[in-house]
Design a protein around this ligand. Sequence first.
Ligand code: SF4
Length: 415
Amino acid sequence: MISRRKTRQVMVGNVPIGGDAPVVVQSMTSGYTHDIDNCVREINKLAAAGADIVRVAVPERKDTEALKEIMKQVHVPIVADVHFHFQRALEAIEAGVSKIRLNPGNINDRQQVERVIDACKERHLPIRVGVNEGSIVERKDKQKRMRELGGVFSDNRHGHILAIMITKLEEYLDIFYERNFYDIVISAKSIDPILVMDAYREISKRFDHPLHLGVTHAGPKETGTIRSVVPLGTLLAGGIGDTIRISYANDPIYEVQDGLELLYVLGLRQRKGAELIACPTCGRIQVDLFTLVQHVNRKLKEEITLPIKVAVMGCVVNGPGECEGADVAIFAGDKRGIIYVQGEKVANVPEENILDALLEECKKFQAKVLRGEAKLGEKVVDILPPDPIGELGSGYAKISAAKAESDRALQILNQ
Ligand code: SF4
């Protein structure tokens, strides 16, 4: 169990971030905010996929003007992402958004930033403060502080950048603190995953505000997943991070799906819907497992709401061990599959019927759990490989032959 760093808590609409709240998943719309119908469609799609909060960009007046109508048609808190124009922040606040994302470094006039802070304070809205290259206030002792921090970080490969980030953050936060404003979430994103980890670790030691984790411009999903999940997963496993946004150059729905999955596998959120385990297949496979897994995945998403653990295994050699803890499991053999539900064999079906039969068993099991007649994870699939009763056809023959060969090899070695 991960022990999380204690932070202050802020409320974004009805969603708490920080404190003892679960880690929150965010995403951002990719279309124009002033295109109201499309924006509403995007927000609702992201919310249906599990986004707790959705951010929208408001670069122009027509975008903030659209916010009131958008918010009537959605049910998740909306964050306005403001760059350069403090007026956009004031208009978004007036329209009723739940949080402002502001980079003080992008607004040249300190008084303008203060006006945004005061407007948020009046309405109890939090502000996310991002650290980047800009700066609005030159601290009198900035160079001195940089030298101090440079010494602290001298062994770090990113020492100089870290010193700048911390110095800038201190500058920014001073503006908020001077106005008695503490409903702050901090982000310190970078494209470099190592810098992301170092920056958030250092910030977490110095400030008790909740942290918004992310890697900027992570790229296409194919490579962006690793670039994002490695630093975010490492930080979260170390108890750092209160809200996350994975960002891909792709449909933002993937950001939500991957963000949630990351939290599920780390045990930081209670899974919604089934958990699917599947083997990668090998030379023992005798069904089209990849296609089957795709179909099972889609059907489970559509029809199963409880976190039932479902395993799809290519054979019974490693299958039982690898799907340990599964509530419902299928072991494939020679164009067939045997289905087990919590340790009990319930069907032996030809390949073409596996999908329907498996789904039927999942639905029956879900109904039993909902009626209180069964418990998730109570009994595990427990059968002995390899296929002791030969029900899986020639898969068993292959496995037996392989086993006999390895036994012979062992005998020779032992002679
Ligand atoms: S479960 Fe069987 S088919 Fe799948 S990878 Fe393991 S040994 Fe190979």
